[in-house]
Structure formats: C-alpha cells, structure tokens
Design a protein around this ligand. Structure first.
Ligand SMILES: *Cc1c(COP(=O)(O)O)cnc(C)c1O
Length: 409
C-alpha cells in the first residue's frame, strides 16, 4: 500500500501565481483588447510553443477541441466531406469533424500502440476523404511514416491530434510538426495546461494566416505597431472565423508551465522506461510495445495491457481498480471506442439531420482491435510518473501484488 500521495497536478508555485498576477495587472486580459505597448502573453506563448514543436507558426486557442476544428477549416474541410479518425480516442477528435459538417469515418487501431492502424486508414479512404486525423494516444505516437505515406498517395492532408503528446518525438521531429497542422489541448489533465486552452501549429504560411483569422473572427495581427489603446488585431475576412481566443491570464499560466515542461517530460520518460523494464517481469501485465522511431514518449497516461488468461479472467477495469486502491490514485480503462461510446451521439443534434444515415454507416463496427484494447488496457495518470524512484518501486510492487492475487479480486 502506497502512502504519502503523489505529486499534485496541475503543478504550480508562487512564480505561477505571480505570472498570472502580472497578466491581470497589465490591464489587457485578451489579445482582442487594446494595445498596451508590450507584446501579448498570448503571442509570446505561441512563439515559444512553435519553437518547442520546431515549426514556423503557432496560434493559441481556447480549447483542444476548437484547435481541431480550426485545423480542419484551415485545410478547407467542409460540408459532406469525410475525415478518417481512429475509433480509439477522446470524443473531441470526432466532434471536431462534425463541427465542420463533415463525416468522421472511424477506423481500427494498431494492437501494439492503440493508435490508428495505417492499413485501416488505407482501406477507409474514398473520393470524399479530405483529411485524416492521426491521434497520439496515452503514451505512444501513431506510426507517422506509414500514415503520411498512405495519405500522401491519396493527396489527403494529415492533422495530428497532439492533445496527449506535447513534446513527444518521432525520428527527430516533435509531435505536431509531422502533419500539415498539429492540434493541442491545454486542458487541466494534459501535460501542459492552463485549465482550458489549446494551440494549433503549422509550417505553412498560408495555413497560418487562415488559422489566425479562423481563431479571431476573421481578424489577423497588424504588421505595424498600433497606437496605445487601439486594437492589436486588424480586419481581414479572407476566411470566416469565430472567437476561439485564449485569454492573457491563461497565456501567462502557459508560459510559466512551459518553463517546467522539459524537466517533467524527461522525468516521466525515465519513469516510464523504469516501469517498462520492471513490469516486463510481472506475469499478466504488459507495457505497450514501443516503435524504435518513437525517440521520446510523452507520457499522458502510462498504459498497461492486462492479459486476461494470466489474470484469472479478471477484466482490466477490476485489475485497474485494485492497482489504484494499492496506490491511492485512479487507475482506469481507456476511453470506450467511439462507435459504442455514449458521448458520441450525433443523432441527438438537429444540425446533423441531413447526415444521420451517413454518420451511422461511418461509425458501424466491429473494430475488434480497439474493442479488445478497451477490455485490456489500464492507464496510470502522469502525475504518478513525476514521483521519485522509491515511489515508483511502489507502483511495481502494487502491480505485482494485484497480478499475483488476481484470482481473488
Ligand atoms: C483532451 C483531448 C482533446 C480535446 O481537448 P479539449 O481541450 O478538452 O477541448 C482532443 N483530443 C484528444 C486526444 C484529447 O485527449
């Protein structure tokens, strides 16, 4: 039994509080407020996040969900189009497609990683496909080499949903920089957070200009310095936008959190390598396989596959609950595959009235790999992996104990 708790999340100290206070005292609480003579927190954050991802451009947003919508709209995805989405992901990946009046077409996932299976993507492409969303899930990345090759052959752009993968690295490139656009969430549970927030990144100048306008009611940054009190954004109208702006106190929070991110990523990566090694010896529990191309995993949720045969047939939910009880954290299954997930319910909305039949057809299972992974995966939250080495021993002990006693759970 683990005592003494785990590192708290979100992680903050007095510097965090001062950073937010600075934004409050600045008197400008959003990028659409008047010019104060100094650069916005929002733009400073965007510059630093672009640098972290290794791309030319970043636009901050209010949510991960809106980041995905902006990405699709920047790419010109629209009414009646099809967008291929892995069936195993958070529901927002699919609702983003609905929110541009397109049809999310679900495909099965790779059994090794839980991320989109490239063969399934290839089989799902049609003449109506106008984009693919590859999701980097839990603590793995989608096989971007294979996915980009399949998509390129069909002339379809790839959006990376990096909401769970800030700072992950695939063959020398950071998650979000491999596809046409990368979308991120900074919601409280994610590894970089300001409560509610997001960002989109791209290396393409034209897409960037569209993303900026889509984010702020068709306005873009001015080239010249405005007079004090005048708007920082100027009317453009090349593409119809809406308001998805991040507020200045949130951007200040993100700048503070960015200072901590690299050390946290390294700490979790080290912890995950330790758990991969040690839990590899526990009968019935299997760390996910890892591609040699995944140079750095960004651990959002550390995933273990439960082998029901070695665990007396106990479901993963029961095994996870028992591990969680030993550790004093919530260890839970992965999100239910979307084709049978209660949160995916477009038939409840009149705005999709004309699409109901196509939506139902595109969401029809079975998706056997995702269904099996749902039955077998348990997820340990990322704050546990920020703990010291002695505490990580407790994770191994708890897993070994539960596995050994599975028959009596
Ligand atoms: C969290 C998450 C989102 C949505 O982000 P919000 O900021 O909550 O809107 C999208 N996709 C994935 C994979 C996520 O985990």
């Amino acid at each position: 039994m683990h005592r003494g708790g785990w590192p708290a999340w979100p992680s903050f100290d007095e510097r965090t509080v001062d950073a937010v206070a600075g934004a409050v005292r600045s008197g400008r609480w959003t990028v659409t407020g008047g010019w104060t003579g100094v650069d916005t927190y929002e733009r400073r954050f965007a510059d630093r996040f672009a640098e972290l991802v290794g791309v030319r451009h970043c636009v901050s947003t209010d949510h991960g969900s809106s980041s995905l919508v902006l990405a699709l709209e920047a790419l010109g995805v629209g009414a009646g189009d099809e967008v291929v989405v892995p069936v195993l992901t958070w529901v927002a990946t699919a609702t983003a497609v609905l929110n541009v009046n397109a049809v999310p077409v679900f495909v099965d996932v790779d059994p090794a990683t839980g991320c989109m299976a490239p063969e399934a993507l290839a089989a799902a492409l049609t003449e109506r496909t106008t984009a693919v969303i590859a999701v980097h899930l839990n603590c793995r990345m989608a096989d971007m080499d294979a996915i980009l090759a399949v998509a390129a052959a069909a002339g379809v752009p790839v959006v990376e949903d990096g909401a769970q993968a800030h700072g992950a690295r695939w063959r020398g490139r950071v998650a979000g920089s491999l596809g046409a656009v990368g979308a991120f969430s900074m919601q409280q549970g994610k590894v970089l957070t300001c409560g509610e927030g997001g960002a989109v990144v791209t290396g393409d100048d034209r897409l960037y200009d569209r993303l900026v306008q889509l984010r702020a009611d068709s306005r873009r940054y001015r080239d010249d310095e405005p007079r004090l009190g005048d708007p920082y954004l100027t009317d453009a109208g090349d593409v119809m936008g809406t308001n998805c702006c991040l507020s200045e106190p949130q951007a200040a929070l993100l700048l503070d959190q960015l200072d901590r991110l690299e050390a946290q990523l390294e700490r979790r990566e080290k912890a995950a390598a330790f758990l991969d090694r040690e839990l590899g010896h526990v009968d019935g529990l299997h760390p996910l396989e890892r591609s040699a191309h995944l140079e750095r995993a960004s651990v959002f949720r550390y995933a273990l596959r439960c082998d029901p045969e070695a665990l007396a047939g106990r479901p993963a939910a029961v095994v996870g609950q028992a591990i969680g009880a030993e550790l004093g954290v919530r260890v839970h299954p992965t999100d239910e595959p979307l084709h049978r997930n209660a949160l995916y319910c477009p038939q409840t909305k009149e705005r999709y009235r004309g699409l109901h039949d196509r939506l139902a057809a595109a969401a029809r299972g079975p998706f056997p790999v995702a269904e099996r992974l749902y039955d077998e995966l348990v997820l340990i939250p990322h704050n546990v992996l920020l703990a010291g080495d002695g505490d990580l021993d407790h994770v191994v002990e708890a897993c070994a104990k539960v596995a050994a006693l599975a028959g009596s759970l």
